[in-house]
Design a protein around this ligand. Structure first.
Ligand SMILES: Nc1ncnc2c1ncn2[C@@H]1O[C@H](COP(=O)(O)OP(=O)(O)OP(=O)(O)O)[C@@H](O)[C@H]1O
Ligand SMILES: [Mg+2]
Length: 228
């Protein structure tokens, strides 16, 4: 069953056509990685998928709640960790307060942060903040969880910590769409990869198919990354 279907999505900002007829399908339990050069439209696609942006054309269907984890965590600075996690489920989803708190504590436990419930974001490391923001997204019980470069603001050690959390979620069959520059991670964890270039899907397939693709732009992109 597909939990997300985006069909023929187009989006322009002024004269710039950022998404030019993109279609994406994500099946239940699947992990889709989206890779591609800066400016190719990856974040715009995710923002359309999560209703933060309205496409100019095309159709989006998703089953139930979607969640989004940002590059820069985007926690509310004036809320404690536990309030960051419980606020939307209580206020937006109108769920039972005790139940939400109980689940939030379990999520913090799962993220290895059970001692940080009353801390404020500024008291946490980047990796801890990102784990809180993953817990916050999960607290909404999303059917699909989207990540926009979840590790690019983190140093290598903290990056590994977050990638492990995402890997564990994949093992639990959480349906996820991950924009990432971590090629090894995409290769190991994703079921399917989309290589986006200039607003189109240039290559799509299994990690094996995508990484061995003869597509010129894909080869250039991988060459630039390995030259770094
Ligand atoms: N709100 C906006 N207003 C105007 N232009 C925008 C807006 N959002 C994105 N763009 C432009 O759309 C293009 C694609 O941006 P997008 O953020 O989707 O790229 P990206 O693939 O996520 O890049 P990166 O890897 O650097 O994050 C860029 O040229 C960007 O400047
Ligand atoms: Mg981006």
């Amino acid at each position: 069953m597909s939990l997300l279907e985006m069909k023929h999505i187009k989006k322009s900002f002024g004269d710039a056509e950022v998404l030019k007829d993109i279609s994406v399908m994500v099946e239940e339990g699947e992990v889709l990685a989206i890779i591609g050069p800066s400016g190719s439209g990856k974040s715009t696609l995710l923002r359309c998928a999560t209703n933060l942006e309205t496409p100019d054309a095309g159709e989006i269907y998703h089953e139930g709640q979607v969640g989004l984890v940002f590059q820069n965590f985007n926690l509310f600075p004036h809320f404690s960790v536990i309030k960051n996690i419980t606020d939307a489920p209580i206020k937006v989803q109108k769920r039972n307060k005790e139940e939400v708190y109980e689940e939030a504590k379990q999520l913090l436990d799962k993220m290895g942060l059970s001692d940080k419930a009353d801390a404020y974001p500024y008291q946490l490391s980047g990796g801890q903040q990102q784990r809180v923001s993953i817990a916050r997204a999960l607290a909404m019980k999303p059917k699909v969880l989207f990540f926009d470069e979840p590790t690019s603001a983190l140093d290598p050690e903290l990056t590994g910590e977050i990638l492990k959390v995402i890997k564990d979620l994949a093992a639990e069959h959480m349906t996820m769409v991950i924009v990432t520059h971590e090629m090894d991670f995409a290769r190991n964890v994703a079921d399917k990869i989309i290589f986006m270039d200039k607003g189109v899907t240039a290559v799509e397939g299994t990690p094996e198919e995508v990484f061995t693709s003869g597509n010129v732009r894909m080869r250039e992109f991988l060459g630039k990354l390995s030259a770094k």
